[in-house]
Design a protein around this ligand. Structure first.
Ligand SMILES: Cc1cc2nc3c(=O)[nH]c(=O)nc-3n(C[C@H](O)[C@H](O)[C@H](O)COP(=O)(O)OP(=O)(O)OC[C@H]3O[C@@H](n4cnc5c(N)ncnc54)[C@H](O)[C@@H]3O)c2cc1C
Length: 422
């Protein structure tokens, strides 16, 4: 350890096996005891990129930058609880990409890339069920536009008469938590650096960018990509030159909350449940004669290993728009609170989804259910993600998943990486 005036200069040693495996990116930690501030420099050997956020978009961007031989550090909180995808399994709904052509292409490319990266995708098919003519035609259109032959997009009534679309390679689910662990491991093994922390502020400075982390550390690099999901408008970004500062400045972004119901079932009941993913389009709000439940999706049970190797089976149900609540995207406290506690409609969502479960799967009574408020989708007015490069090319802003970003995140990350490298 050397001393430079009152600043200690040291090399941070890799702390975990994964860090060591990659040889690690060399970076300095300058520490001034009087300021209680560390400065981590990500740019010792050529262009250094800092990525804020380790969700589907941020992690994918970071991987592509690394694969383009850039030096990259991700800054993200240790806890995954404030991430849109805090879930063990996730279907990818390529059929629903008809809303925005962008997502259809992005999902197809992402899925191909994930397969290439060795990500385990469970391709179990998809079924669209509808109750009510308008929602049925929505589901049918979605199926046809998703590439499913029209003859398979036929109407199914009630439980037990599921129409299984045979488009196996385009419908199923993957485990997003596992994906994140594996991709982060790959990122580190290729020499990427992961810094635990929540970013308070981003500044463009003369020779690059400074990313200030809660607690006082500053990560310096040449460029930064901010991919903070629902938190995108809570991080002040100070741009150099006449561009002004950004705080809550990604226009047209709205945050919509979502609940998912985890349903544990006993092993003997597993085979009674559909083994494909499912989307039900119910009557829209206010339709006559029906409760105003809009729609739900279902993911087949996945097995989980508990203590002492005990196995349990957990299926998942997500709701449509009915329990949606809007969160103020500039209020970090409000977003935190929602992720921790859920909103006012939490209890109603649990009851409503459980009723639907019993209606559709009457033979399988849950052993246990848990409703979690694990999701906030970041929606844009165009329905497409935003991928801006500002601050003289030094700041990338990425987000706007519109509820589609898990399956399409790999491709969105690739596009952002290409844009910021220009
Ligand atoms: C309930 C629900 C269901 C969904 N279903 C599907 C589906 O079926 N198929 C599909 O493709 N997509 C689905 N999505 C969408 C998908 O989950 C998102 O598109 C995707 O996760 C968005 O990725 P992201 O990287 O933009 O955001 P996130 O995954 O939220 O990642 C943002 C990251 O930034 C971090 N962060 C936040 N603030 C800071 C800060 N200040 N400093 C550092 N890091 C910070 C967070 O901790 C988080 O790790 C669903 C989403 C929800 C909520």
């Amino acid at each position: 350890m050397e001393m430079e005036n009152d600043i200690e200069v040291c090399r941070r040693e890799p702390s975990s096996g994964a860090d060591k495996a990659g040889g690690g990116l060399e970076f300095k930690v300058r520490y001034n005891p009087s300021w209680q501030q560390q400065i981590i420099i990500v740019s010792q050997m050529g262009t250094g990129y800092v990525v804020v956020g380790g969700g589907c978009f941020g992690l994918s961007t970071a991987l592509y930058l690394l694969e383009a031989n850039k030096k990259v550090a991700i800054v993200r909180p240790t806890s995954i609880s404030h991430t849109a995808h805090n879930d063990t399994s996730r279907l990818y709904r390529i059929q629903q990409s008809n809303k925005a052509a962008f997502w259809k292409t992005a999902a197809a490319r992402s899925i191909a890339s994930m397969k290439h990266r060795g990500v385990e995708l469970v391709e179990c098919g998809y079924v669209g069920i509808a109750n009510g003519s308008s929602s049925w035609s929505r589901a049918q259109d979605g199926g046809i536009q998703g590439g499913i032959p029209a003859e398979y997009c036929v109407r199914a009534e009630g439980s037990g008469e599921w129409q299984y679309f045979p488009q196996k390679e385009n419908a199923g689910y993957f485990n997003v938590i596992k994906w994140r662990e594996e991709m982060e491991g790959k990122f580190k093994s290729l020499g990427g650096v992961v810094i635990d922390g929540s970013v308070d502020e981003v500044r463009v400075v003369e020779d690059g960018v400074e990313v200030e982390v809660e607690g006082g550390a500053v990560v310096k690099g040449e460029k930064v990509v901010v991919a903070a999901g629902a938190y995108v408008n809570t991080i002040p970004i100070h741009l150099a030159g006449g561009e002004g500062d950004i705080w809550g400045g990604v226009e047209g972004v709205s945050l919509k909350t979502q609940y998912t119901l985890s349903v544990w079932v006993s092993e003997k009941d597993v085979d009674k449940l559909p083994r494909c993913t499912m989307v039900y389009g119910g009557p829209t709000k206010g339709s006559a004669g029906e409760e105003p439940m809009d729609s739900f999706y279902y993911v087949p049970p996945v097995v989980e290993e508990g203590e002492g190797g005990r196995r349990s089976w957990r299926a998942k149900m997500g709701h449509g728009k009915w329990f949606e609540e809007i969160v103020d995207g500039r209020n970090k406290g409000a977003i935190d609170k929602w992720y921790r506690e859920g909103g006012e409609k939490k209890a109603a969502a649990e009851i409503g989804m459980l009723e639907l479960w019993r209606k559709f799967f009457p033979e399988v009574e849950p052993v246990k259910v848990e409703i979690v408020c694990n999701g906030i989708t970041t929606d844009t007015t165009t329905g497409e993600p935003f991928m801006e490069v500002l601050g003289g090319g030094k700041v990338g802003l990425l987000g706007g998943c519109n509820g589609y970003g898990a399956k399409a995140g790999d491709e969105v990350g690739r596009l952002m990486a290409e844009k910021i490298m220009l």
